[in-house]
Design a binder for this molecule. Structure first.
Ligand SMILES: [Mg+2]
Length: 246
């Protein structure tokens, strides 16, 4: 049975963005070479491993501690920050079927957003990892907004709403703010769906606010919970699952 919605939010890490192809040591080597510091490659890769030991997994390091990667691994070098993000993009891939699913949703008139636990301060467009990724993969035009703890970016006019500042998916406060904004647009939580991999940030807190939840298991399956209304392994399944609510 299809789910009728007016708005869909997509998680970023390990959902839209699939880090399978990412080889961190290659990115670090590329950046160091480009900076003319090939002699620092080994030391930097070692530092990155130390960070992994500290935080458990490379995804945890990358999702939550990017500033520390720059400070600790690259000694706060401004040029390295830029290069790291650029080189990283070359190694990141999309979850299979994503463009097709987004095209379908857009054609049916469903509003599409990114809801990401972005740690880096929002600056100029295309400077953060999410907008860079969308741009690089040619996906930007499908999305109307980026909702993050750094603010909400309206892709139509580039404006940033800082009411979201400091609110997170994990605490659920970002969904509170979002539901308030959507209500002003005449959209109720039950007319929305959140797609994501992580139970504690994408599924449980969203469901608590009445948003329909779609657990994406295409990269990693975090397990079965009652708060997940649907589970999909491929974004293509969204074409059968979601319909525009009129
Ligand atoms: Mg995720």
């Amino acid at each position: 049975m299809a789910l009728e919605v007016k708005w869909v939010g997509f998680d970023f890490g390990q959902c839209m963005m699939n880090p399978t192809g990412l080889r961190n040591h290659l990115v670090i080597a590329d950046v160091s070479k480009e900076l003319g510091q090939p002699e620092l490659i080994e030391e930097r890769i070692q530092k990155y491993r130390i960070m992994k030991e500290k935080y458990g997994t490379y995804s945890a390091v990358k999702e939550g501690h990017r500033d520390e990667i720059m400070e600790y691994v690259f000694d706060g070098d401004e040029e390295a920050k830029e290069l790291f993000s650029a080189k990283e993009q070359e190694h990141l891939s999309m979850g299979p079927g994503l463009p097709e699913a987004l095209a379908y949703l857009q054609d049916t008139g469903i509003h599409i957003a990114v809801v990401a636990e972005l740690k880096k301060t929002l600056g100029a467009m295309n400077k953060d990892i999410v907008t860079r990724f969308l741009e690089k993969k040619g996906l930007t035009h499908y999305f109307e907004e980026l909702v993050s703890p750094q603010g909400r970016v309206d892709f139509k006019d580039g404006s940033i709403n800082l009411a979201y500042k400091g609110k997170t998916k994990e605490a659920g406060t970002i969904y509170d703010e979002l539901c308030g904004d959507l209500a002003k647009r005449g959209i109720k939580p039950e007319e929305c769906a959140m797609v994501g991999d992580k139970l504690g940030t994408d599924i449980i807190p969203a469901k608590k606010r009445g948003i329909n939840t779609v657990q994406y298991t295409g990269y990693i399956d975090m397990g079965v919970v009652e708060e997940a209304d649907y589970r999909i392994e491929s974004f293509l399944e969204l074409k059968d699952l979601l319909r525009k609510k009129v």
